[in-house]
Design a protein around this ligand. Structure first.
Ligand SMILES: O=C(O)[C@H]1O[C@H](OP(=O)(O)OP(=O)(O)OC[C@H]2O[C@@H](n3ccc(=O)[nH]c3=O)[C@H](O)[C@@H]2O)[C@H](O)[C@@H](O)[C@@H]1O
Length: 435
């Protein structure tokens, strides 16, 4: 509590406390010191007010997402960096705002866009859901490629508006999200904050922009939930999610429909199927299995009822990047501007999977071979914490519309991952602080 909190609200209370003013004429002195106190309080509050509302550089923090430090933005030097990063360097190129740019998919997509001459500006809140030093290393990688990542949260509407004031983005690649299926039981609020509130905050700014950008965003294979009909097709029901994570992604798809319908925003949702590869996410099974196998720690391998197989349609990052670029390239323009719809706009959803589900036990066998270490397998029943038993993508729609054609099998992809992992964590003695 600050000393100001002890200041009584009315002078009457002071008057009652005579013991504090035992001398003759104390009331007079008290009146003058109260006047001084009031005067300086106003000066102090005024200074704080001017600091927060007039300064070009504001300070933002977001405790619910566990951002490790407050971020600052604004000012001519900052705007120049934003503009330079987003500058288009090829004919008919895009200028793309990539949210979640320090994330796994965000880093790969940003660098692919930059390589082909698009302007790219990253946005990321660098929260500590998993080891932030990995996010910083990805940031350094992008910086060398000429991509600047603004440090901030998608819930910060003032920051988003500023970015659109500085750059008339043609596209938004929205990959910022609270990922992970099982963590949703530990921290449900973070899923609502990022995947629902954050998405709405972004769409609100996009719909007001002139021109409105086309938006491509990450949904998830988890929206198929408890469905048993395989392979999963975009036409299938998605109304039985098994985790809050899946429910927030499903909500995102409905929210996308609303903003498309009311404001004419062009929106494409991509249902990613268990994406893996170099620079991946340490909370995912293939990643922490690798770490634990190398450390001689036992790994929990889930199985279904009656020893049923648990399998995933593991999809390699380079294939996913091609799918993302295909979605951006075929996205039609939004039709509205300044918050007003002018006509119907494109609304799409695609599966981006590998069409070849692999049992988790096979994943472990491949890792054992690549790492040359036998895993300590601890086979256990699939916990009821959000996991589904099986995923399998039908990708014919993405193939037809986006030219999407995955080419990397799990063996090849994991080989590339393991090479990166050993390199990354042996260099400079970095610790694989996976979870
Ligand atoms: O496809 C998706 O949409 C989702 O893919 C992954 O979710 P998941 O497939 O559950 O990926 P992992 O957590 O890496 O699990 C992979 C497999 O390993 C199994 N597993 C996981 C953890 C564990 O300790 N043991 C174990 O056998 C899981 O049941 C699952 O079959 C991502 O974590 C989600 O963010 C993403 O949205």
């Amino acid at each position: 509590m600050s000393h100001l909190d002890h200041t009584p609200s009315t002078p009457g209370k002071f008057k009652m406390d005579k013991s504090a003013y035992p001398y003759h004429g104390g009331r007079l002195r008290w009146h003058s010191s109260l006047a001084k106190l009031t005067f300086w309080s106003f000066v102090f509050i005024g200074v704080i007010f001017i600091f927060f509302y007039r300064s070009p550089s504001r300070f933002h923090s977001d405790p619910s997402r566990r951002s490790l430090r407050t971020s600052s933005w604004g000012g001519p030097a900052w705007e120049k960096k934003v503009r330079t990063s987003a500058r288009i360097r090829s004919r008919n190129g895009f200028s793309v705002l990539v949210t979640g740019a320090a994330g796994f998919v965000g880093t790969h997509v940003s660098s692919a866009l930059k390589r082909r001459g698009d302007g790219v500006l990253g946005l990321d809140n660098f929260n500590d859901y998993y080891d932030p030093t990995l996010k910083r290393a990805r940031q350094a990688l992008l910086e060398r490629a000429g991509v600047f990542i603004v440090e901030g949260d998608i819930n910060d509407a003032a920051l988003l508006k500023k970015l659109f004031e500085v750059v008339p983005f043609t596209h938004v690649m929205h990959l910022a999200a609270q990922a992970g299926v099982r963590y949703a039981m530990q921290n449900p609020g973070s899923y609502v904050h990022s995947n629902i509130a954050g998405f709405v905050s972004l769409l609100e700014v996009c719909k007001e922009a002139t021109p409105q950008p086309a938006i491509v965003w990450a949904s998830s294979s988890s929206v198929y939930g408890l469905n048993t009909k395989v392979p999963f097709s975009e036409k299938d029901r998605t109304d039985q999610p098994a985790s809050l994570y899946a429910a927030t992604k499903k909500a995102g798809e409905e929210i996308a429909h609303t903003y498309n319908h009311i404001y004419g925003l062009s929106l494409t949702g991509l249902r990613f199927f268990t994406v893996y590869g170099p620079w991946g996410r340490p909370d995912m099974a293939y990643f922490f299995f690798t770490k634990d196998i190398l450390n001689g720690k036992s790994i929990p391998i889930f199985e279904g009822e009656n020893h049923g197989t648990v399998a995933r349609d593991f999809t390699y990052i380079d294939d996913i990047v091609k799918g993302c670029l295909g979605a951006l390239d075929t996205a039609q323009k939004s039709t509205g501007s300044g918050g007003k719809k002018k006509g119907p706009a494109q609304l799409r959803v695609f599966n981006l999977g590998n069409t070849s589900p692999i049992p988790v036990t096979n994943l472990v066998t491949i890792l054992e071979r690549l790492l040359k270490v036998k895993a300590k397998r601890n086979v256990m029943k699939l916990p009821r914490n959000g996991d589904v038993q099986f995923t399998h993508a039908n990708i014919s729609l993405a193939h037809r519309e986006l030219g999407y054609k995955p080419t990397t099998n799990l063996q090849t992809g994991l080989k590339k991952f393991v090479r990166w992992y050993l390199n990354y964590y042996s260099a400079a003695g970095k610790k694989a602080d996976a979870r």
